[in-house]
Design a protein around this ligand. Structure first.
Ligand code: ADP
Ligand code: ZN
Length: 632
């Protein structure tokens, strides 16, 4: 199903940051002033100056030092610090020699945390900054001369950007959770291994396969697995690398790439982000892009130019098949399309199993539970999750990854890094009321997902705290949502502001509810205009495609009149208002409970769902919810 619906639902859920970045901020109390200042204040606290560091080294207080050369920072771990407090930071001003000598002297453990690779890269960049303008000048000069195109071609050739891997070493068993795509592509392996099988009966072997799916779903991995299974070389290039600033370079890269591939056939050519070159021609706003068109034309020519049976199969990846030039999709080119979806729960479990193979997991960790907790995560997100958990485990000096590290890694990936808690203050209480507002409503509303936890430990990105629900995997995986759920979602989202207003009055309301309000407007509008859930009409009034600069649909007109627009606005307001009153009523009627929860939250900083429900049930009856199914 389409993403928007899923997005709406997951606003308050731990779902991957990439696609839902805007969405997620919703239940997080974002207080620019509040969120940032303590963070920077804390930073100062965690900073040492160089002299202090030397003193601490002399006094044998330092346990370990990590030098980050690129950033010119030393991270200092003291002997008496708790295992999971972050290190102190010291700015280095090129006195490292002295520092290192002293560290050696005192036998303090030290290492470099940034790779010299990145340093080399910086160096290279600086060099390139000189070389590029020079090269540009040279090229301009050359292009004026009679054999310009020839020279440009050589230029492209010498800087060929495609990679070749003789053996990818990746097998189908390394790709998990996308069974259908794998099955469809198993045949391609046979094409490469035993083309006779097909040519003997006169079958034409396909030249191009288009993999369609969101970033991180494993498209590159899949293409590599095909090459690995068939034991053929793997050539890869990204569409964006074709598009250079010099006309003709892209086209010459395409020529080079195919030339090399032909020399190494049978093989796979993988073109990532093909939409960067393969976008519909002549549809861009403000005229076409010469360079891109030339590159695309060259690509088409090459694809037509080789016989279907010479053992080269081109696999391209995109997440925007709708913007591709129709010529690319014609028979004999990328005429096979394979959808690579984000995995469902079973798929997520399989991906986790693949990536857990080389990790040390505590026996109490259940991959099944992690799979349930991570709807919306792609294969890459899951791989990243286990890796983050492993890093946390190492940092905490534990033997194996436990559920605690997994949970922390999930929050880290979906919400942000934790910062130190605020000191008790009005600010802290205000954030607590806001978050308790969300948390209480999600617990009391019948069609709202159960609370996982509520916390006021701030996180990077100006997040003052958040209230997190246990996602309803059925809804997320199917993308189907009901009107009752949307309504309760809106009410819950307004709970933060409602609590602030009930307790502190209108005048004190912060801008922390801004993202909440945006989200509410967004859902309410969709209920009216897209899902036809209100009396404004049964029509889907707005098309879903709102990307303006993507070429094709840039003139999406609103399909309704001024008069209807006014009606829509009124309806959206009505929905939001109704929910807001409802939220305020519930907070008001449970004021004692709210105050008690806030006191507890200020003290504990985090309340888990279980404890929260326990307390709420002492005051009022809890609605029946499908807790069991959510499995956390
Ligand atoms: P895409 O090309 O779709 O953006 P990648 O293939 O580059 O995604 O995925 C990045 C990494 O994420 C892979 O190298 C792999 O470690 C992990 N990954 C992604 N999808 C899967 C999957 N289906 N099974 C196992 N690992 C996966
Ligand atoms: Zn909020």
């Amino acid at each position: 199903m389409e993403n928007l619906q899923v997005n709406q639902l997951t606003k308050h859920h731990p779902v991957k940051r990439l696609a839902l970045a805007g969405a997620l901020a919703a239940s997080l109390l974002v207080l620019p002033g509040i969120g940032n200042s303590p963070a920077s204040a804390q930073k100062n606290e965690r900073e040492l100056n160089y002299g202090e560091l030397i003193k601490k080294v002399q006094n044998d207080e330092v346990k370990r030092v990590e030098l980050d050369e690129t950033e010119q920072i030393a991270k200092v771990y003291l002997k008496n610090q708790k295992p999971d407090t972050p290190p102190l930071q010291v700015r280095l001003l090129n006195q490292n020699g002295e520092l290192i000598a002293r560290l050696r002297d005192k036998r303090v453990d030290f290492g470099e945390s940034s790779s010299t690779g990145s340093r080399a890269a910086v160096g290279l960049l600086i060099n390139l900054m000189w070389i590029l303008p020079l090269a540009a000048l040279m090229l301009l000069f050359l292009r004026r001369s009679s054999n310009a195109s020839n020279q440009a071609m050589n230029f492209g050739k010498t800087r060929a950007r495609f990679q070749m891997e003789a053996k990818t070493g990746i097998k189908f068993e390394d790709v998990a959770g996308i069974e259908e795509a794998k099955e469809e592509l198993a045949e391609v392996v046979t094409f490469l291994k035993q083309p006779e099988k097909f040519t003997a009966v006169g079958a034409r072997i396909p030249k191009g396969v288009l993999l369609v799916g969101a970033p991180g779903t494993g498209k590159t991995l899949l293409a590599k697995a095909i090459a690995g299974e068939a034991a053929v070389p793997f050539f890869s290039i990204s569409g964006s690398e074709f598009v250079e600033m010099f006309v003709g370079v892209g086209a010459s890269r395409v020529r080079d790439l195919f030339k090399k591939a032909k020399e190494n056939a049978p093989c796979i050519i993988f073109i990532d982000e093909i939409d960067a070159v393969g976008r519909q021609r002549g549809a861009g706003i403000g005229g076409g892009n010469d360079e891109r068109e030339q590159t695309l034309n060259q690509l088409l020519t090459e694809m037509d130019g080789f016989e279907g049976n010479n053992g080269i199969i081109i696999i391209a990846a995109t997440n925007r098949p709708d913007v591709l030039d129709a010529a690319l999709l014609r028979p004999g080119r990328f005429d096979r399309q394979v959808i690579v979806d984000a995995p469902d729960r079973k798929g997520r479990l399989e991906v986790l199993q693949v990536h857990a193979r080389n990790k040390k997991l505590d026996p109490t960790v259940s991959l099944e539970v992690i799979a349930r907790r991570t709807p919306g995560f792609t294969g890459a997100d899951l791989a990243n999750l286990l890796n983050e958990a492993a890093i946390l485990t190492a940092r905490r000096r534990k033997e194996a990854i436990t559920t605690l590290e997994i949970d922390d890694a999930i929050d880290r990936l979906t919400i942000g890094l934790t910062l130190n808690p605020l000191l008790d203050s009005k600010k802290k209480r205000l954030i607590a009321y806001h978050e308790i507002g969300h948390a209480l409503l999600t617990t009391l509303l019948e069609h709202s997902d159960p609370l996982n936890k509520v916390t006021i430990i701030p996180r990077s990105g100006g997040v003052g705290g958040f209230s997190q629900q246990i996602p309803n995997e059925q809804v997320i995986d199917s993308g189907l949502n009901t009107r009752a759920r949307m309504r309760d979602g809106i009410t819950m989202t307004l709970g933060g502001k409602a609590a602030e207003v009930e307790v502190f009055g209108e005048a004190e309301v912060t801008n922390g509810a801004l993202s909440d309000l945006k989200m509410v407007t967004n859902i309410a509008r969709k209920m009216v205009t897209v899902y036809g859930m209100t009396d404004v009409g049964l029509l889907a009034l707005e098309s879903q495609n709102q990307d303006v600069f993507l070429g094709r649909d840039w003139v999406t007109r609103n399909e309704y009149s001024e008069e209807v627009a006014v009606k829509i606005d009124r309806k959206v307001r009505e929905i939001a208002n109704h929910s807001y009153q409802e939220a305020r009523r519930i907070i008001r009627e449970n004021r004692d409970l709210v105050d008690r929860l806030v006191d507890l939250l200020v003290e504990q900083e985090t309340i888990e769902g279980e404890q929260f429900r326990q307390i709420v049930s002492e005051y009022t009856k809890l609605p029946e919810k499908e807790l069991a199914k959510s499995g956390v």
